[in-house]
Design a protein around this ligand. Structure first.
Ligand SMILES: Cc1cc2nc3c(=O)[nH]c(=O)nc-3n(C[C@H](O)[C@H](O)[C@H](O)COP(=O)(O)O)c2cc1C
Length: 372
């Protein structure tokens, strides 16, 4: 297979041995104590052993009111550091770096005390608009989360600016109706995520890798498009982000026909990565979105659309993808089924996710382990 896919890359302070990234994929594996458990460790062990060059751990929440699901990892207190350290080591012992995604769900939190830039109703609940004290608290929680991730031994952190969570809620004119310094024109709507990035940078220093999960387009009427998000990407680059991992679509859009139609297409988010790459030639860019075929991955790199290719459901369906792409295993790739969404459905039901493409024996073993 294409040698570019298996060529190394420098990503901030990290040496990444090849261009394939295990993307953050939240699978409802942690328990309600929000701590790393064996199910979490086994999943990341398999992802790190797959032959990818980098693992980015799923969303880990910086304060309890930002939890998107009760079964989510927390990084809000020092007592979580030892478990997270085991997670970092589980990945790194395969000779690759481990990055941890820090997160706040904002209006999408599964909590009665959810907060947001503005009181825009979400799933029947009106979130509390954040006042200045709350903004300062959350900025501090991101910085403290980054410190804990570094202390746990992670090689970098990624700010979760995807899926329409708190950071893009400030950026989006749909969800930010504020009239103070954090709302209004695009430069004001960027202020909160840029403050978070600055606080994280100040905490971990200039040499530490700080990436950003970048929502290029919300797929919603009146929502974010590249017109708003490309200037934001420029601002992130100016503020010292190490890489941008580009995605599209937010929770409000995931069940809508336009998103579902695109989600079925091979490499459907890659054109957004390409637009970011063109605007910011100096920043490493990760492309995502149903990159099912190694040939597609190779073409994305060859055509300069991105510097790395990210696999989430695709790698969950077939953890042998990188080794098959490298030609070490000759079996065909077991592709994620378009329109299946079983993993997302399980997570929404707060039940540990499995893949409909797994063998019957593997599914049965898994369901026995997690109790159905
Ligand atoms: C069940 C599920 C959980 C996800 N969890 C996260 C997450 O924690 N953080 C994140 O940035 N993206 C998350 N994503 C988005 C993926 O990282 C990825 O961008 C998307 O699934 C497209 O890539 P794929 O086609 O290889 O799955 C999730 C997606 C799904 C379906």
């Amino acid at each position: 297979m294409d040698s570019l896919l298996f060529s190394p890359l420098r990503l901030g302070s990290l040496q990444v041995p090849n261009r394939i990234v295990s993307l953050p994929l939240y699978l409802a594996y942690p328990g309600e104590d929000h701590a790393v458990d064996d199910l979490v460790l086994d999943y990341y062990d398999e992802m790190a052993a797959s032959g990818v060059g980098l693992v980015i751990v799923e969303n880990v929440t910086v304060e309890p009111c930002g939890l998107g699901n009760p079964r989510t990892l927390l990084i809000s207190e020092d007592r979580f550091i030892p478990g997270l350290a085991r997670l970092a080591q589980t990945i790194q012992r395969h000779g690759i770096p481990a990055v941890l995604q820090i997160h706040h769900a904002g209006r999408y939190a599964n909590r009665p005390d959810r907060i947001a830039p503005s009181p825009v109703e979400t799933w029947g609940v009106v979130p509390q608009a954040m006042d200045q004290a709350c903004i300062d608290r959350v900025v501090g929680a991101f910085a403290a989360g980054a410190r804990r991730a570094r202390e746990a031994g992670f090689d970098g952190v990624e700010l979760h600016g995807g899926t329409g969570y708190l950071l893009p809620q400030f950026l989006s004119p749909r969800t930010n109706l504020r009239e103070d310094a954090y709302g209004g024109d695009a430069s004001r709507r960027m202020r909160f995520p840029l403050e978070v990035l600055a606080a994280v940078r100040a905490e971990v220093g200039a040499a530490f890798t700080v990436g950003y999960r970048f929502l290029a387009d919300e797929y919603m009427p009146g929502g974010l498009t590249l017109t708003d998000t490309l200037p934001f990407a420029q601002a992130l680059a100016g503020a010292g982000v190490s890489y941008l991992s580009v995605m599209a679509g937010c929770y409000d859009a995931f069940q809508q026909p336009r998103y579902l139609e695109d989600d079925a297409k091979e490499a459907f988010m890659a054109p957004f990565a390409q637009a970011v790459k063109r605007a910011l030639p100096g920043i490493p860019v990760v492309a995502a979105g149903r990159i099912q075929r190694p040939e597609t991955a190779a073409a994305i790199l060859r055509d300069g659309m991105a510097d790395l290719v990210g696999l989430a459901r695709v790698l969950f369906a077939d953890p042998l993808w990188p080794r098959k792409a490298r030609g070490e295993i000759h079996d065909p790739i077991n592709p994620c089924t378009p329109g299946c969404l079983l993993c997302l459905k399980r997570v929404k039901e707060q039940r540990p996710a499995y893949c409909g493409r797994w063998s019957k024996a593997r599914r049965e073993r898994f369901l026995e382990r997690v109790g159905g």
